[in-house]
Design a protein around this ligand. Structure first.
Ligand code: AMP
Length: 421
């Protein structure tokens, strides 16, 4: 037997209806904020991710699914969505200065990580990107939209964690402060962090090695907030004020850095208490230099991505029931002729928008009725030799048990009139 590769999973009913519920919530809510869907390829040229995510990040150094195609070009299964969205906007010339662009996406992402609860090698993200404004109001609205989305799906008490990396000047000041803090600790750091100290000091804060984590969580570790320029500080204050006005609670964490190089100013994560070690439901931030660094105009951006598997876990713990709809009508057959007729009748009813339960092999009427009951159908239509002889069908209201005989036209009219909204 061939099993699914490690770190991947099948999404089966009834869980798949929870996935549909999540995607439906995203589509409905994001549309209200003016976001339109974008779909980009699952693989891209490797260079795209190396340039945008950063060649010293964990994702690019260790986690990418990279392979040569048959012509020897290096391709990578996308580890995240933002780089592809920026690439698509550049390729289709969608950016122009001062123009707002709002996109959302949903789909699989791939990272070669050690699988554990809440961490897979193929996982799914739903994300949004807003381009064309550097206003702190946009940061606050994007964070609020993420919280409203979690609320709409049924998550209780999502926690927003907030920090800022500041602008380019603030980041260089912070790098310098962090480097002078790290230098005396160098001999005690893991080889990766020793390398990071040389190449990209900020990334030491992503280190998962416990002895390094202990050093970087000490109260003496420099905080991004202490290195902010006055304009970066003003931006951050305005984001917090806007979140307060929206009544979005948040907790500030001056050690939050997030694992990608392109962030500037606001960064945030939403966590959920019931998820265990991998407790981030999603995260995002502002990325004002990314479009320019990828060869485009000076267009700022802000966005987030949420992890669908983790959201499903949080919803299962909140025991949100799956939302699949019971069939409206079951077509019960007494004989082989009725089975054939029901194939056509089902086609007519489905064309009218009804969800129809039918069978392909003859079973006893009792067995069919039992399955119809278990499926919680509202109506049963029973066709046997008697009914057929008179050109009629028997319609049973399964809620109250009443039966009536009717013609095909009457049946279609009655059932169509009782369509669920
Ligand atoms: P990131 O793109 O790293 O900012 O991740 C955004 C969100 O995607 C995280 O908060 C998680 O919910 C989810 N996520 C990231 N990596 C994984 C993974 N390997 N498995 C499952 N979910 C993930």
């Amino acid at each position: 037997m061939i099993s699914a590769p490690r770190g991947t999973s099948d999404i089966l009913p009834p869980d798949s209806s929870l996935w549909q519920h999540i995607e439906q919530c995203a589509r409905t809510l994001f549309q209200r904020y003016g976001y339109a869907e974008i779909r980009t390829p699952v693989f891209e040229h490797t260079e795209l991710f190396v340039r945008s995510i950063g060649d010293t990040t964990d994702i690019v150094e260790k986690e990418m699914y990279t392979f040569p195609d048959r012509k020897g070009r290096s391709l990578t299964l996308r580890p995240e969505g933002t780089a592809s969205v920026v690439r698509a906007c550049l390729e289709h010339k969608l950016f122009s200065l001062g123009k707002l662009l709002k996109f959302f996406y949903a789909g699989p992402m791939f990272r070669y990580e050690r699988p554990q609860s809440g961490r897979q090698r193929q996982f799914h993200q739903i994300g949004v990107e807003l381009f064309g404004t550097s206003s702190p109001l946009a940061d606050a609205e994007v964070i609020a939209m993420m919280v409203r989305f979690f609320e709409a799906t049924g998550v209780r008490n999502p926690t927003v964690i907030l920090n800022t990396l500041g602008d380019t000047d603030s980041r260089s000041a912070y790098r310098a402060a962090l480097l002078s803090f790290v230098t005396p600790h160098l001999p005690n750091l893991c080889p990766d962090c020793q390398r990071r100290a040389e190449r990209n000091i900020l990334r030491v804060l992503d280190c998962k090695v416990p002895s390094c984590k202990a050093i970087f969580s000490s109260p003496d570790t420099p905080r991004t907030i202490s290195s902010l320029s006055s304009s970066a500080r003003a931006h951050y204050t305005a984001v917090r004020q806007a979140l307060d006005a929206l009544h979005i609670p948040y907790t500030e964490d001056p050690t939050l850095v997030r694992g990608l190089d392109y962030y500037t100013h606001t960064i945030f994560e939403v966590r959920h208490g019931a998820l265990g070690a991998q407790d981030a439901l999603g995260g995002g931030g502002r990325y004002d230099n990314l479009v320019r660094e990828m060869g485009g105009p000076d267009v700022p951006g802000v966005g987030f991505a949420i992890g669908v598997e983790r959201l499903v876990m949080a919803l299962c713990q909140a025991s949100v029931p799956p939302t699949s709809r019971a069939p409206d009508v079951a077509l019960i057959a007494h004989d082989e002729q009725a089975l054939r007729d029901n194939l056509v009748l089902a086609d007519i009813l489905r064309g009218r928008g009804l969800s129809v339960l039918t069978w392909y092999d003859l079973q006893s009427v009792k067995a069919q009725m039992r399955q119809a009951n278990n499926a919680k159908v509202r109506w049963a239509v029973i066709q046997g030799e008697d009914e057929r002889h008179h050109g009629l069908l028997k319609l049973k209201d399964m809620r109250v048990g009443t039966e009536r005989l009717c013609s095909l036209d009457e049946l279609v009219t009655i059932l169509s009139a009782n369509l669920p909204s």
